[in-house]
Unconditional design. Sequence first.
Length: 406
Amino acid sequence: MTEQATAESPSGDLAVFREDVRRWLAENYPPSMREALPTEELSWGGRDASFTNPDTKIWLERMAAKGWTAPTLPVRFGGGGLDAPLATILREEMASANARTPLISFGLSMLAPVLLEYGSEEQLSRFLPPITKGQIRWCQGYSEPNAGSDLASLRTSAVRDGEHFVVNGSKIWTSYADKSDWIFCLVRTDASVPKHLGISFLLFDLSSPGVERRPIVLISGESPFCEVFFNDVRVPVENLVGPLNGGWGIAKRLLQYERQNVIGSGLRPESRRDLDEILRDRGGLNDPIKRDRAAQHLMHADALAIFTAKNARRVAAGAADASVSIVKVLAAKSNQARSDLLIDMYGLEALVDTSDPAPPVDSMAHEEAIREARGWLRSRANSIEGGTSEINLNILAKAILGLPNA
């Protein structure tokens, strides 16, 4: 089966496609990546992307050439053009081959889907191909100081000045803003109307004059989050997505994809392999209590993965209900339970200084313990990011149980 036939023949022979994928992966997945890789070797792409393992870059380029960094995206925008059954086969065969995700990208997981729904043809042609190739790294400009969980209370303003918007304000808890190239950002374009009605959705380059980024150091010793400040940043009018003052609907739609992304990060095949390896290496399989906890966790994780995949298909098909909130709450609990189990495997060794920048070179166990301790601390944010568990439970209470506002 040719690549073109694969992309345009969703009713073709699925067994043949599966065999084609299996053979291609065997020939093209770099041997150095067949073992579990450290987090720093994951590929986020971007203008200034660096690769500690050269094969990570090769893998990204090979998958991007096939369109398989974005399997279901149209071919004309750099995607694979696969329908749902073919994309499912690709995911299954990648998992069987222990093949790592070639590109982790907020551009792929959050921005691309809403651009397909709300973007102009010019915006699709301009932004989607670089996203699929990992040439632009994106971050999300939603949360603001003093706004708490009330996203619509944002104050960052964008005032029209000729063919530009002039943006002033700030964002906080912006993941990887210090490493990103562009931002998709909610801005207030009309302060005279109810708060939900005066918001717009802008895209702009973080290298623009007037942008300042400051990392926020967390208790884990790492800093994925940033403050971002805008001082008279000029953004071309053509970077407005959707109608002026129509950003709230886009914002809510993107939140569905964001929550799906937060959920999926803990369900990747490599997460399960890491757990299996640590259980085996740390003697967890010989401890009946830990073995039972691990079995219970893996069963729940598998059930959650099935439900998550089903829900992802519904969201991709246009569903805009509260079901993502169900999965978001359960996924946060699942990933935190996984982190609790892993940290128990290390016992007292997990009582380490997570800010230690240079563990002893002769102590691999100490280095692993620091990594898992940082992972445990990081997992505490799972019930906060992408909408807190409390906010999501409120959504479920109103949308599904029909409970009134307090």
